[in-house]
Design a protein around this ligand. Structure first.
Ligand code: V47
Ligand code: SF4
Length: 393
């Protein structure tokens, strides 16, 4: 089977009429790294079929037929935020905080406790940058969560939240990361990266941590043996070279530390924000982007499609364009996307539903923990039995 697939993609490259694409195609087939300019060329000239077949080839070489997911839940401590990112539909300024929400420690612990006895492995904590919630508040929260449920992996705080917390507490990035790690924080999510290039960053999120600051926080986490993710907000005013510049900076840091697990492209959604006049990208453009990121980020183990943002059908489609991870079951607590106009207004999928979705796409569903250790392979599982089992629905 694999020989047929490899022959298919080899033939596609061999028959490619454009010489620059053909050269890139051969490089990829020979597992050679592509350059910045070649990345841009793929965006400019690569058809969906061309980049998609190559990305699928790379994805199957790295991760076989597996699609990973995990069982997690979100806590969003607040949507009050000191920043004013133009694409954000979710945040409220402190002076308008009565329109938003602020959870107390008790309320957050209540959410954690509501999962007692349920087989979740991860809590993902992400929210706005509240001017009154400081480093000590979050250190206490980490300790409380860990004291209550030591086996729950805490993935929390974007580099934007951390940068603000550390500056306010007057600690260095290294000291701040160490304090949070000691309190129980284990991984960082990939948010806040947006587009690193200043030409774009100045227009969409001028006031929050810049590219070097974002990268310094992830570097510090990696040096403490913590794993992190990286996102890229795409499909707005950025050009192809800004996308490649973003991926290039991530590729370089990954060469240095090896601490990134997953790249997560996030499609810009245009409702209820200051960039609503910008049309959303097409599904073909989205799939080309997934594929090209799989090809460019040759040192990233995984590429994730965040299904609540993309919608379940397009997330299924992405599994043929380089994606090997669909994030998690996620309960209905994440509001970042529903408020920005995502199809998924109540993003919740049971394990049985997620497994069925992956199987429909002809892939092998595997539950993982945050660090990609396999918890359970569902490829031989009977779907009806799974749906009837209360542990999986
Ligand atoms: O940084 C905000 C994005 C991110 C919009 O690491 C928007 O596993 C699209 O980082 N349209 C936060 N995107 C969420 C995040 C994340 C999500 C899932 C998994 C992981 C992980 C991380 O949400 C922000 C920003 O890029 N975002 N507004 C919008 N209108
Ligand atoms: Fe605040 Fe994050 Fe929204 Fe920016 S994207 S305004 S940092 S909540």
């Amino acid at each position: 089977m694999q020989d047929v697939a490899i022959n298919g993609v080899e033939r596609l490259v061999e028959e490619e009429k454009d010489q620059s694409l053909k050269t890139i195609g051969y490089k990829i087939l020979n597992s050679e790294r592509i350059s910045f300019d070649e990345g841009v060329t793929l965006f400019e000239k690569g058809s969906l079929g061309f980049v998609g077949s190559l990305a699928n080839h790379v994805r199957e070489k790295k991760n076989g037929n597996i699609v990973y997911f995990n069982r997690n839940f979100h806590i969003e401590p607040t949507n009050v935020c000191v920043f004013t990112c133009a694409f954000c539909s979710y945040s409220r300024l402190y002076k308008h905080r009565e329109e938003g929400w602020e959870l107390s420690e008790d309320q957050m612990m209540h959410i954690v406790k509501s999962y007692d006895g349920k087989p979740v492995t991860e809590v993902h904590i992400v929210g706005g940058v509240h001017p009154k919630l400081n480093l000590q508040f979050f250190i206490n929260l980490m300790k409380k969560i860990k004291a209550h449920r030591p086996d729950l992996h805490i993935k929390g705080y974007t580099a934007v939240e951390l940068d603000y917390m550390f500056r306010k507490a007057k600690v260095s990035v290294e000291e701040g990361m160490q304090l949070l790690k000691d309190a129980g924080l284990q991984s960082l999510p990939g948010g806040g990266a947006e587009i690193f290039h200043t030409e774009i960053r100045e227009q969409i999120c001028a006031d929050k941590v810049d590219a070097d600051g974002w990268l310094a926080i992830h570097r510090a986490a990696h040096k403490l043996n913590m794993h992190t993710n990286a996102t890229m907000l795409f499909g707005h005013i950025e050009k192809y070279e800004h996308r490649i510049d973003h991926m290039e900076r991530l590729r370089q840091l990954q060469d240095e530390t090896g601490g990134f697990n997953t790249f997560i492209p996030l499609k810009f959604r245009n409702q209820n924000n200051d960039m609503s006049h910008i049309p959303e990208s097409s599904v073909v453009e989205d799939m080309r982007l997934y594929a090209i990121s799989r090809l460019y980020l040759d040192n990233f183990p995984h590429v994730k499609a965040y299904w609540p943002m993309l919608g379940r059908q397009n997330a299924q489609l992405s599994l043929s364009f380089g994606v090997d991870d669909l994030d998690g079951t996620i309960d209905d607590t994440t509001k970042i996307y529903s408020m920005a106009g995502s199809e998924e207004q109540k993003p919740s999928l049971s394990t049985a539903e997620l497994v069925a979705l992956i199987k429909q796409a002809g892939r092998a569903p595997v539950e993982r923990d945050t660090l990609y250790n396999v918890i359970k392979d569902y490829s031989e599982e009977d779907l009806a039995a799974l749906a009837a089992n209360p542990n999986y629905n």
